[in-house]
Design a protein around this ligand. Structure first.
Ligand SMILES: CC(C)(COP(=O)(O)OP(=O)(O)OC[C@H]1O[C@@H](n2cnc3c(N)ncnc32)[C@H](O)[C@@H]1OP(=O)(O)O)[C@@H](O)C(=O)NCCC(=O)NCCS
Length: 199
């Protein structure tokens, strides 16, 4: 993917050297939907970084000031123009607006360069921090799916199902939310030019 820079962050593909920082927040995933991503040790983190580095769906979010990885965002294309999006940040860097800054940059990139029409995110009902982030981004809460998915089992091995919310935003809603129709047109033109330039 193209490298994206914001005031404080760089969004780029994963690469060698990210493993220690990735392990820092995936050794103990904070929320159930990422339990399956748990990394046991540095070797597992290095393998995960290598896998992620081959994909444009997993995007490393790094501090510009230090270059360190502080979290990640993802975007998975559902043809032709919808993306499932999400985020996972190191708690040590929470409460500073970094997730919002990264997600805004990702949304802008998807809408203006990748011509996304619709973005959506699944958020567990008890994940208030992520719901607040969706709302800061201008996403609409579209629904609550009762006992939608299970990420863990009880002591008897019976799956515990969770309630999941779906949030979404359309391109035209993003434009209205940010109140900058001219800017999007300009970015689109720039995106079209970039696509031409890179074939
Ligand atoms: C969801 C998650 C990314 C939210 O992180 P976050 O740090 O709360 O979100 P932001 O980066 O947008 O920071 C917002 C907070 O920073 C504050 N802030 C401080 N400085 C700021 C600045 N310069 N700009 C913007 N906000 C700033 C805001 O006031 C806000 O605080 P509040 O929540 O007390 O109102 C994070 O909790 C996380 O990674 N959780 C684990 C993984 C997860 O749940 N993923 C989602 C699965 S659905």
């Amino acid at each position: 993917m193209d490298v994206i820079k914001t005031d404080r962050l760089t969004l780029r593909n994963f690469r060698q050297g990210d493993a220690i920082d990735l392990l820092a927040y995936l050794h103990q995933p904070r929320v159930s939907c990422f339990f399956s991503l748990k990394l046991e040790d540095l070797g597992a983190a290095e393998a995960e970084v290598e896998t992620r580095g081959r994909s444009d769906e997993q995007i490393a979010v790094c501090l510009r000031s230090t270059g360190n990885l502080i979290g990640d965002v993802f975007c998975i294309l559902e043809h032709p123009d919808t993306y499932a999006v999400g985020w996972n940040f190191n708690a040590d860097f929470g409460g500073a607006g970094f997730a919002s800054e990264a997600a805004r940059a990702l949304f802008e990139y998807l809408f203006s360069v990748k011509h996304a029409r619709r973005l959506y995110a699944y958020v567990e009902e008890d994940n208030i921090a992520s719901q607040r982030l969706c709302e800061r981004l201008g996403m609409r809460r579209e629904g609550l799916f009762k006992e939608f998915i299970s990420f863990k089992k009880d002591n008897e091995g019976v799956p515990i199902f969770e309630n999941t919310m779906q949030y979404a935003i359309l391109q035209k809603e993003w434009v209205a939310h940010n109140d900058y129709p001219d800017k999007l047109d300009t970015a689109r033109r720039r995106g079209a030019l970039a696509s031409e330039a890179f074939g």
